[in-house]
Write a protein of this length. Structure first.
Length: 344
């Protein structure tokens, strides 16, 4: 199969993509978070193609993407008032809401669970494709399962060339990490996966917000995408350090001194880079100033893809504090590192 990257986002080309989706093909589509591997969310055979392209475990739920809030009504048994508040506050946007599914939604979309994950993306091209398709689109990240999620069309092509017919290129994703996934309960909401909408943002709308106790569990059936299995990992082994720039720079130096025959790559803040640049050789990516979670989120996956292209032997990364958007970043970084994170 030849994979075509569509760069001219004309009405005709978007209709071509929408028709392919509606007809059971798998197409990579842009969102504000990461690129998604889209297929008709009401067609089990189409969703099987997602699992085949990604090599994705079949019990991992998918997110159904819709063009507007009205579109979810046939897909769920009910929409509680709490869910309506979240939809009003955060849609379109990087928030996925799980609700009891209707009989219209195949079990293939939910990993066999009785709840369906739903999102309306804050991306005009994506929503236009969804509206033209006229069906909810299941769209996990458009990468081979376990590898870094793609934030550019080229990153999608590197993983999916020959596996899918089309990639819609709308430039780099603006957020860079996946959506927050929440489960609505009678007494509040539970965060199943941290993402672009933070706990603090949710608490402005709903009083009771908590994290799922099995957020990192490998022993439970996953309630949301990204909760189980190794995710986001680059080709080279990676470890991360969290602390003040001086401590991080010293920790990096200690590791580098033991890796004299190997080529390293370093994801760091400007302050840490300034301490290392004269004494350390390797591939550097400076994401911004120390603690800049927004820029680190935007650059994280893109940088891991770049380091893969460089063919480095190991990766050292500087993390951020586990608060606000930093919760989502460190969730992804922990999985990319296989849990190898050191607090200094």
């Amino acid at each position: 199969m030849d994979t075509k990257i569509i760069t001219e986002l004309t009405k005709e080309n978007l209709q071509l993509v929408a028709h392919a989706l509606r007809s059971g093909e798998v197409v990579a589509i842009p969102t504000e978070t990461v690129y998604g591997l889209g297929a008709n969310g009401l067609d089990e055979e189409a969703m099987d193609k997602i699992y085949a392209a990604k090599g994705r475990p079949s019990d991992n739920p998918l997110i159904l993407h819709v063009s507007n809030a009205e579109s979810i009504k046939p897909l769920v048994k009910e929409i509680p008032e709490t869910a309506n508040k979240l939809i009003h506050a955060f849609w379109p946007g990087p928030l996925t809401i799980t609700l009891p599914k209707s009989d219209l939604v195949p079990n293939r979309a939910t990993g066999g669970l009785n709840r369906v994950a739903l999102r309306c993306p804050d991306h005009a091209i994506c929503r236009e494709i969804l509206a033209l398709a006229g069906v909810p689109i299941a769209a996990p990240s458009a990468n081979i399962s376990g590898r870094p999620s793609p934030t550019t069309a080229q990153a999608v092509y590197d993983d999916m060339n020959g596996r899918i017919p089309y990639i819609v290129d709308a430039g780099i994703c603006t957020i860079g990490v996946e959506s927050t996934v929440v489960e609505v309960r009678d007494d509040g909401i539970t965060i199943l996966r941290p993402g672009g909408i933070t706990k603090e943002m949710l608490e402005r709308v709903v009083e009771a917000v908590s994290y799922d106790p099995f957020l990192s569990s490998q022993n439970e059936a996953p309630k949301a995408p990204g909760m189980k299995y190794k995710h986001y990992a680059p080709d080279a082994p990676m470890r991360a350090f969290i602390g003040l720039p001086k401590a991080v720079a010293q920790a990096f130096t200690d590791v580098i001194d033991k890796q004299t025959t190997k080529r390293g790559a370093f994801l760091v803040s400007q302050e840490t880079y300034d301490l290392l640049k004269n004494n350390v050789h390797g591939e550097f990516h400076v994401y911004g100033h120390c603690g800049d979670a927004v820029t680190l989120a935007h650059d994280f996956y893109k940088t891991l893809h770049y380091f893969n292209e460089c063919g480095v032997d190991y990766i050292l990364a500087e993390g951020v504090e586990n608060s606000g958007l930093g919760v989502a970043i460190m969730n992804r970084m922990e999985k990319a590192c296989g849990g190898n994170i050191i607090h200094l």
